[in-house]
Design a binder for this molecule. Structure first.
Ligand code: NAG
Ligand code: NAG
Ligand code: ZN
Length: 241
């Protein structure tokens, strides 16, 4: 009887899922259990002052006075570049009309990484030190990523994790694992749509609310981002050469 009871306790603890702490979540090794939804109080409490998850951010509401003031303070210095393409990444209707001189430094068109407007820093597009590798992983945090993080730890590798704000709100304990393991976190937008398709206010919101979500959940304020970009070549009209 005594034996049976301890065997039972062992069985219970072996499949215990602790979805209340970072360490508890990080210790779950069954992907299906890792992905069991849970509620995290700080996210639950803040949700009403954030955009709906997975919805493109189209505006910064007047009710968010802090965000609104920030946007208005920088609005006049944001380049007035009209949106291109659709949020889903269809540039076909737009591409024949875009100037071959690439005035906006549109990476999808020319792989441009040095802005043509003055005062803007070039993109970080390579690692300056020789014989050095920079790892960047997009689209996290992913609910079942423990095996991946375990692997990085085993290989003593640090990486830069580009987090989607909506995933941070869905999987806040998983988001904390990057910090616990010493990785860097950058912004990969709120809703994971194509950034060139947003008007300026929406683009601001996509970045701002993802920064706020990462700060709320991990305590870290990210200072870097990259967006969802088109992976296939830009179709320029043949007559443009
Ligand atoms: C931001 O500036 C542009 C013009 O530069 C203006 O059209 C737009 O209304 C401004 N946005 C807000 C929210 O004031
Ligand atoms: C996590 O990653 C897997 C493998 O890439 C993918 O199939 C799944 O949709 C991701 N889950 C979430 C919640 O993003
Ligand atoms: Zn992505």
């Amino acid at each position: 009887m005594r034996f049976a009871l301890s065997a039972l306790l062992l069985a219970v603890s072996a499949c215990a899922q602790d979805h209340t702490t970072e360490a508890g979540e990080a210790a779950i090794d069954d992907p299906a259990l890792e992905c069991a939804p849970y509620s995290y109080a700080p996210v639950h409490a803040a949700q009403a002052s954030f955009p709906a998850i997975w919805q493109p951010v189209t505006s910064v509401p007047a009710s968010d006075t802090v965000a609104r003031a920030k946007f208005l303070a920088m609005n006049s210095s944001i380049p007035k570049i009209p949106p291109k393409g659709t949020l889903a990444g269809d540039f076909d209707a737009f591409s024949p009309t875009y100037s071959a001189t690439d005035p906006d430094c549109w990476w999808t068109d020319t792989k441009c990484v040095t802005p043509k407007l003055s005062g803007l820093k070039p993109d970080i597009a390579n690692v300056p030190e020789p014989r050095t590798l920079g790892y960047g992983f997009d689209d996290g945090p992913n609910c079942s990523h423990n095996a991946f993080y375990d692997y990085l730890t085993e290989k003593k590798q640090k990486a830069t994790m580009f987090y989607i704000g909506s995933n941070v709100f869905d999987w806040p304990l998983q988001a904390q694992r990057a910090v616990a393991d010493g990785h860097e976190i950058c912004v990969h937008t709120w809703s994971h749509r194509y950034m060139t398709a947003f008007p300026n206010e929406g683009a601001f919101g996509e970045l701002y609310y993802t920064m706020q979500a990462i700060k709320l959940v991990t305590g870290v304020t990210p200072t870097c981002w990259r967006g969802q970009e088109r992976r296939v070549g830009f179709q320029r009209a043949a007559t443009e050469g």
